[in-house]
Design a binder for this molecule. Structure first.
Ligand SMILES: NC(=O)C1=CN([C@@H]2O[C@H](COP(=O)(O)OP(=O)(O)OC[C@H]3O[C@@H](n4cnc5c(N)ncnc54)[C@H](O)[C@@H]3O)[C@@H](O)[C@H]2O)C=CC1
Ligand SMILES: O=C(O)[C@H]1OC(=O)[C@H](O)[C@@H](O)[C@@H]1O
Length: 276
């Protein structure tokens, strides 16, 4: 039995990923409970309902989650913004989702991000258990979401798949995204596996296709039975030289989000313990 045999709650349904999943998962026969704070910009898919709800409204979130076995939590702020802007949707909103999951004993798919590790340099290869190095308030909210998931697993046995998503895009727009790209098909297959895998505990998956320039390796993909089939490699020629002229952007995995309010004067940064 897959968790998609029951209604599946999808937050952020009106967003980029939400629209993709609404269409693709409905095609697979899932019964979707869609929600967002703004109206759904696409026709309502088959077997789907839509409710306009703010993630900050805990009672409404609880009502939406009733009877669901799986919550795909794609709603919230998705770019670098002020702390106050991120706080409500991403921190309080995710807390509401986890409380609702706890009451329903539902599994959560939480989209973490490259921006939770965005201040690693692009030459570094990361494993799932690396220290998080958020590149702004948005990345910090993803680190919070990951820790929230771990708390609810350790303390309440609520399962999560934490997908550290690189860039979900139809095609690669620049050199950085040759590393972070995940194709639509690989992404949708990953979500299917999140519903079908029997046990996931609190798993971390690097959300990237099979890119030879990838920054990341070692995660729970075998455990949940996911193998990416696509790769950015064939797009390398087309985007060669597509870089910015900002050395901070180009040094780190997080790219452009980092330069929002960046204020280190010593770039490249001195090492933490220069005498070692
Ligand atoms: N698109 C990508 O490549 C990546 C996406 N992610 C994460 O995946 C999720 C979805 O990403 P996208 O679809 O690209 O973002 P998006 O910005 O297109 O969609 C997010 C949706 O959340 C909704 N939302 C915002 N605040 C809300 C609130 N208070 N209550 C209810 N809904 C609210 C927005 O109206 C929007 O439709 C986000 O959490 C994002 O951080 C992570 C890494 C990469
Ligand atoms: O940095 C990236 O490529 C992506 O990271 C994210 O977390 C954002 O939500 C997405 O809009 C960006 O495109």
């Amino acid at each position: 039995m897959a968790l998609s045999d029951k209604p599946v709650l999808l937050t952020g349904a009106s967003g980029t990923i939400g629209r993709l999943l609404s269409v693709k998962l409905a095609e697979l026969g899932w019964t979707l409970r869609l929600t967002d704070v703004v109206p759904l910009a696409i026709p309502l898919p088959q077997n789907a309902s839509f409710d306009r709800v703010d993630l900050e409204d805990q009672q409404a979130v609880n009502r939406l989650a009733e009877g669901c076995g799986l919550i795909l939590h794609f709603g919230g702020i998705s770019t670098e913004q002020s702390f106050e802007t991120v706080l409500g949707p991403n921190l309080r909103g995710s807390f509401h989702i986890y409380e609702a999951a706890r009451s329903q004993k539902a599994r959560v798919v939480f989209p973490s991000s490259v921006h939770a590790v965005g201040l690693y340099e692009r030459t570094e290869i990361l494993d799932q258990d690396c220290l998080l190095r958020p590149d702004g308030y948005y990345g910090l909210s993803k680190a919070y979401g990951e820790m929230l998931a771990r708390l609810y697993w350790d303390k309440h046995a609520i399962e999560s798949v934490l997908i550290r998503i690189g860039s979900v895009l139809p095609e690669v727009p620049d050199e950085r995204i040759l590393s972070t790209w995940i194709s639509h098909n690989d992404f949708v297959r990953l979500i299917e596996r999140c519903a079908e895998a029997q046990h996931v505990g609190c798993s971390v998956i690097w959300g990237q296709s099979n890119n030879s320039r990838g920054f990341w390796r070692h995660d729970a993909r075998q455990k949940i039975g996911w193998t990416p089939l696509d790769s950015s490699d064939g797009q390398a020629e087309r985007v060669r030289g597509k870089v910015t002229d900002n050395p901070v952007v180009e040094r780190y995995q997080g790219g452009k989000f980092i330069v929002v309010d960046y204020s280190r004067a010593d770039f490249p940064p001195r090492s933490m313990f220069p005498d070692e």
